[in-house]
Every structure is written in C-alpha cells, then in structure tokens.
Write a protein that binds this ligand. Structure first.
Ligand code: DAH
Length: 339
C-alpha cells in the first residue's frame, strides 16, 4: 500500500507538470483526489490493514493528499500568472498613439445656399411648401397661361410620362396649387427639382433646382417684389451688392421682369465674366397675371401679388465662384470639400 501511495503521488506530480490549462488541472484533481479518485480507492482498502500498519499508512495517505493538493495549487497559480501575462501582453494599449480621425460630412453647396435662402424667407414670415415633380400639363403650363402650342413652351421642352403628365419644367406649378387651396394672404417659397430636355454643358443640366416665391395680399406692388429680392441678394452676396429689374415677358406675370445682379468681378463696369454687360442675369419675376389669379379663385380687383423663380444652381455658382455646373453633380469630394 505504501508503494501504491507513493506511485500515486509520483504520477500526480508528473501529470501536473504537463498541464497548462486550469480546466485540465481540475480534471486531474478529480482523477487523483475525487470521491471516485485513485487515492480514495486506496483508502477504502485500509480496513484490510493490521492495527499497527493503519496509523502509519493513514498518516502517509494524508501526507500524499496534502502534497498533491499543494502541487495543484502551485500549478494553478503559475497557470493563472502565465495567462495574465499573456493577456497583458496582447492587450497593451498605447495611449500615446494618435486617434482615428472620423470624417464628418458637410452640406452640399446647393443645400448650403438653399438653407440660407430658406432662413431669409422664414425670417420674413414665408412658409416653405413642396409640390410634385411629376406634374400634370395643367399645373405646369396650362394654368400658368401657357396653353398647348404657346411659343413660351418651346424653351421648356420636357420629359412626357404621357400627353398630360410631365416632369415639371418649373416650380411655378406650385404657385397654382397653393393659390387653389389657400386663401390670401399667401407668402410661400417652394424649392425643388425641375426637368428639361437640355443637353449637359457648363450651364445646363436636364435636372436642376428652382426656388419659387409667391406673395398674394391686398396692396402688393412691384416695390415689394424689388425690396424682397434686394434683401435676399444682400444676405447672400453682401450689403454692397446691387440688383436691377429689366423688362421681360412671362405669360403668368404682368408686368414681368428679369432680375440681374451687378457683376462681382468688375462692379458694373463690364468685363469678360459679365460679357461686358456689368450685370449678370439671376432670375425671373413679376406681378401675378390677373387671369392666373382669377382662374385660381382669387379676385384680382381685391388682391395682387408678385412671384419669382430663382435658379438654385445659378445663385450657388455666383456665390462660390463656380464656373461649371457639372461640378455640382459629380460628387467629387475634392471639389465638394471646399465649401
Ligand atoms: N418659371 C420661370 C422659369 O423657369 C421663372 C419665373 C419667372 C418664375 C417669373 C416666376 C415668375 O414665378 O413670376 O424660367
């Protein structure tokens, strides 16, 4: 029995040396010291011993058990230490390394200018309304005094869904929709996409953006139109900027005007940028035609109003000195990152 006990101790120590995980160590503990383990099996045979041998073997068995327990504890500690060291090594964190840069996007130049325009008009008590991009011929042309075969349609050829449904060529359609279901006073702007079957070049795109404006109330005059647009342009381009109204024709306004801004480059003297004009064309505007008002159920004897349509691309290009419209749509971050 003494021999058997010594063998167990020896075997336990040898096998402990080979173990490198806490889990395997526990398995060994069960194997040698557990209720069904090797040591217990030997102790169960103690009854067969003589009374003299019993205390001696008993003592030895206790010593073997505590030796093995101690060896397991030591081994566990060294396994734990090794694991801790390994983790520390793997998880070292160099707090002096520079952090990862997170790239933050910014508004597209068109949105930037649109936000500015909206802010100016909200400040003057305007509402912002939207209209459909797929529009009926009626709202896009007919109700704006442009019946079929009207020559003014020539410059606004568009994409036809069918004979009566088009991709809108102008946000002016929203004027009609608004007047039809709102009682004056009306003060709105309506930004949005418009479409024309134009070929792409530095100043044309089959898809671009307009901002429509409409004011209807008692006693509205051309001077209200001029004052409103002047305020907008000074906010966008600075206090020293000057605008001028030039007679023009739109079927849905009377009188009509084109609004020009003084050339930033030459200050009105004339240069290559403004084609020697001194001014650059910005937008169309006018006093809403009495027929248009009447057709929308608004009495032109009581109410009058002005309307305008601004090309968002045009005022954005002027604002940031961009000389090619295509740059706005190419989504090249090297370009867009500059604004
Ligand atoms: N709809 C015109 C265009 O697309 C711009 C315009 C002119 C809008 C006069 C208006 C206006 O509201 O009164 O060229």
């Amino acid at each position: 029995m003494r021999e058997a006990l010594e063998k167990i101790e020896q075997a336990a120590k040898e096998q402990l040396e080979m173990v490198s995980e806490a889990k395997a160590l526990e398995e060994l503990r069960v194997k040698f010291l557990g209720k069904k383990g090797e040591l217990t099996a030997i102790l169960k045979q103690m009854g067969k011993l003589s009374p003299e041998e019993r205390p001696v073997i008993g003592q030895l068995a206790n010593k073997v058990r505590s030796d093995i327990e101690q060896a397991i504890a030591q081994r566990l500690e060294s396994i734990n230490n090794a694991e801790k060291e390994k983790r520390l090594k793997e998880e070292t964190l160099d707090v002096t390394l520079p952090g990862k840069k997170i790239k933050i996007g910014k508004p597209h130049p068109l949105n930037k200018v649109l936000n500015e325009v909206e802010e100016v008009f909200i400040g003057m008590g305007f509402d912002i309304v939207e209209g459909p991009e797929v529009e009926t011929d009626h709202y896009c042309f007919e109700a704006l005094n442009m019946p079929k075969h009207h020559p003014a349609r020539d410059t606004q050829d568009t994409f036809y869904i069918n004979e009566n449904v088009v991709l809108r060529t102008q946000t002016s359609s929203v004027q009609i929709r608004t007047m039809e279901n709102t009682k004056p006073p009306i003060r709105i702007i309506s930004p949005g996409r418009v479409y024309r079957s134009d070929t792409v070049d530095a100043t044309h795109s089959p898809l671009f953006h307009q901002i429509e404006g409409l004011v209807i109330d008692k006693g509205i005059t051309m001077s209200d139109l001029k004052g409103t647009l002047e305020l907008l342009m000074k906010r966008l381009y600075g206090e020293e900027c000057k605008i001028r109204l030039r007679p023009h024709h739109f079927p849905y306004t009377e009188p009509s005007a084109e609004v020009d801004i003084m050339c930033f480059n030459c200050g009105g003297k004339g240069c290559s940028m403004c084609k020697q004009e001194g001014y650059v064309e910005l937008l169309g505007a006018g006093m809403v035609h009495p027929k248009v008002l009447r057709d929308c159920g608004i009495d032109p004897e009581i109410y009058s109003g002005f309307a305008f349509g601004i090309g968002l691309e045009r005022i954005t290009m002027g604002r940031f000195n961009i000389n090619d419209m295509r740059l706005l749509y190419e989504n090249d971050l090297r370009f867009l990152g500059q604004f």
